[in-house]
Design a protein around this ligand. Sequence first.
Ligand SMILES: NC(=O)C1=CN([C@@H]2O[C@H](COP(=O)(O)OP(=O)(O)OC[C@H]3O[C@@H](n4cnc5c(N)ncnc54)[C@H](OP(=O)(O)O)[C@@H]3O)[C@@H](O)[C@H]2O)C=CC1
Ligand SMILES: O=C(O)CCC(=O)C(=O)O
Length: 409
Amino acid sequence: MTPYESARKYFFDAAELMDLSSNMQKLLLLPERELKVQVAFERDNGEIATLVGYRIQHNSARGPMKGGLRFHHEVDENEVRALATLMTWKTAIVNIPYGGAKGGVAVNVADLAQGELEALTRRFVDEIHDVIGPDKDIPAPDMGTNAQVMAWIMNQYGKYHGFNPACVTGKPVEMHGADGREEATGRGVVATTRALLDRVGRPVSETSFAIQGFGNVGSHTARFLQKSGGKVCGVTDAVGGVWNPDGLDIKKLVEFAVENGTVEGFSDAEPISNDELLISDVDVLIPAAIGNVLSRHNARDVRAKFIVEAANSPTTPEADDIFHEREILVVPDVLANAGGVTVSYFEWVQNRQHFKWEISRVRNELDRIMIESFDKVWSLAERRHVPLRLASYLLGIGRVGRATVLGGI
Ligand SMILES: NC(=O)C1=CN([C@@H]2O[C@H](COP(=O)(O)OP(=O)(O)OC[C@H]3O[C@@H](n4cnc5c(N)ncnc54)[C@H](OP(=O)(O)O)[C@@H]3O)[C@@H](O)[C@H]2O)C=CC1
Ligand SMILES: O=C(O)CCC(=O)C(=O)O
């Protein structure tokens, strides 16, 4: 199944339970706008690189569209469309006043020098600046992009429309970014994980974790888990992974990864592959990298009792069914990783009010929203006797549907 087929399947499962008319289903599912652009820039060796970029704006019924920008070699139209759709439900589930969008450029950032990355980013903004903006569609970081890329977007956008930091979030703190945005997705993942463990009566201190991905989301998730007393036994990245049944020292692992560009080779640990990590003997598995890593090929071998989806779309619908049958609880991406877009919202609010929040305020509001959203989804799941993913979709699609009916077309 392609990523968009999976996104549609999850939507239709909920739509059927909600008795949504076929007209409403079509209205809610079809993206409002899909932009595909050429991104051409000069490389350091004088050659012209010609890439393909996308910005897909799925739905604006609840507010300006919001979603990250991914630079990754596997980016294509289908993936960006799926991710844009997820953003619509995600912003609705945590009840922040946005719709959903996503962008991407098919590129391997590891192949680019810093100046080339800047040229590519500015050129992409040249192509999409007319359709983004603080009241239209607000990009943010995703895989392969970071605060520096967001700073270039803000600067390039300003050349066309004047200075307006609210046009993009996840900016450097020195450039109108919010304190706490960088850690936000990981912090939100941990707030959700703790809420889940509370519900099932399991102390974090007696729980072991494995995390796939050690970039922005994976590393902060690991850090906050360890701070909460959890034992992070395994971590992988695209190169390889490390495993220690007694728990890895995350602070040292972060330092090692920054220095070496990978976690592979970290001392006090055994090597572990990505395939092995996903079926490792831990209580909680946290995919925090790419999509479709949990599929019918490995779902029956997964040993964790809980899966918290820090990545977007890590689980195929076939695997999701297997996990349900095996009573493995899955906290879905649209809920678990919503901490990033939530603090993006706080950044946008601060930019618009020209008033900076203290980090303690950012963290408290984030934790509150994540826990309230988790509780709402959990109660809905209990009331309707459905898994957490379906309950999340019922909540999100319900809110978008009501806004659509109230606002009209
Ligand atoms: N950034 C954010 O705020 C949010 C991100 N997400 C989602 O979280 C996930 C991770 O994003 P983010 O942390 O920002 O991205 P980063 O680019 O910061 O990190 C990605 C991580 O995934 C690893 N990785 C890449 N390919 C593979 C692979 N084939 N197998 C195993 N690991 C791999 C990378 O390894 P290496 O460094 O070796 O390439 C890196 O450790 C994505 O699914 C994203 O959509 C969701 C919500 C918000
Ligand atoms: O921070 C944001 O606006 C978007 C984050 C994102 O892309 C995501 O949640 O998948």
